[in-house]
Design a protein around this ligand. Structure first.
Ligand code: NDP
Length: 285
């Protein structure tokens, strides 16, 4: 069994990002720019935003921060998104989720210029992905494929199950695995016999946020197990959706939590920002 080291893959990918950021700055006279829009003062969101800002600084990307009060109106948030859309020094925009409940998240995300949609959340970006056109890929699923590729894990012809069908993780992950010629099944909270599906899969991806949902009896010998979930145990410890201690010995490969998928998510945000800059320059489609 090999533990898939997301920190290692993230650090290797960040070297590539930094080198590209330096090359682009030398070519154009400016750094790639990422704008984070935060509404409100949720402490977890504030930590995520700080991590993103720090990651930008360490990797040659200029960070822009637009903060709004928790009572900001739809129009005020929309105005900030428009400002970021129009700013030529900004290549990527991310609206930190969740937004306060009085705001319509989907329609605000749809205001982001699809060319700057580095989180892959705009419906145009998703539509392109589903129809097999070049598109920015959602960060967490994209990071998972990077980990699988780094360890040369074959995907073609394999059966994969994705447990979770969110727009952010489950659906785009299923699409990326299908694009790599996996035969994909998507499960969710209304799936009647989850074990019968996970038990036969070559690759099991868990993205539910339900701590320890995947137990050893649900996994076949030699499976690849990817754990996206993040939740906290009563003692404060961060846990995933997989009963890691008992599942690991049945697997060929498994991601830990923390230290697996998590470090790749911010990394792929930076990666997508570089890609968005290159698209705007016409270096890539
Ligand atoms: P959502 O809450 O949007 O989606 C959860 C999905 O899990 C839903 O589709 C839900 O089904 C399904 N689900 C819930 N309970 C069960 C169950 N008992 N059996 C089968 N399916 C179930 O979460 P996200 O997709 O946004 O995130 C999933 C997890 O990944 C969370 O823990 C989140 O914190 C984590 N995460 C981690 C990231 C990282 O970088 N490591 C990045 C993003 C998220 P239904 O649709 O029927 O409700």
């Amino acid at each position: 069994m090999t533990i898939l080291d997301g920190k290692l893959v993230a650090s290797e990918t960040r070297k590539e990002i930094k080198a590209e950021a330096e090359r682009l700055k030398a070519k154009t006279g400016r750094q790639p720019g990422l704008c984070v829009i935060l509404v409100g003062d949720d402490p977890a969101s504030a930590i995520y935003v700080r991590n993103k800002t720090k990651a930008c600084e360490e990797n040659g990307i200029r960070s822009f921060f637009f903060g709004l009060d928790k009572n900001a109106t739809y129009d005020e948030v929309a105005a900030k998104i428009t400002e970021a859309n129009l700013n030529d020094e900004i290549d990527g925009i991310i609206v930190q989720l969740p937004l306060p409940s009085h705001l319509d998240t989907a329609s605000l995300l749809d205001l982001i210029d699809p060319l700057k949609d580095v989180d892959g959340c705009h419906f145009v970006t998703k539509g392109k992905l589903w129809t097999g056109r070049d598109a920015i890929k959602a960060c967490t699923p994209y990071g998972i494929t990077k980990i699988l590729d780094y360890y040369n894990i074959p995907l073609e012809g394999k059966t994969a199950v994705v447990v979770g069908r969110s727009n952010l993780v489950g659906k785009p992950l299923a699409q990326l695995l299908m694009d790599r010629n996996c035969t994909v099944t998507i499960c969710h909270s209304k799936t009647t016999d989850l074990k019968s599906v996970t038990k036969t899969a070559d690759i099991v991806c868990m993205a539910t946020g339900k701590r320890g949902l995947l137990t050893a009896d649900m996994v076949k010998e030699g499976a690849v197990v990817i754990d996206v979930g993040i939740s906290r145990a009563e003692n404060g410890k961060i846990c995933g959706d997989v009963d890691f201690d008992n599942v690991k010995d049945k697997c060929s490969y498994i991601t830990p939590v923390p230290g697996g998928v998590g470090p790749m998510t911010v990394t792929m945000l930076l990666y997508n920002t570089i890609e968005a800059f290159k698209c705007r320059l016409g270096e890539i489609k």
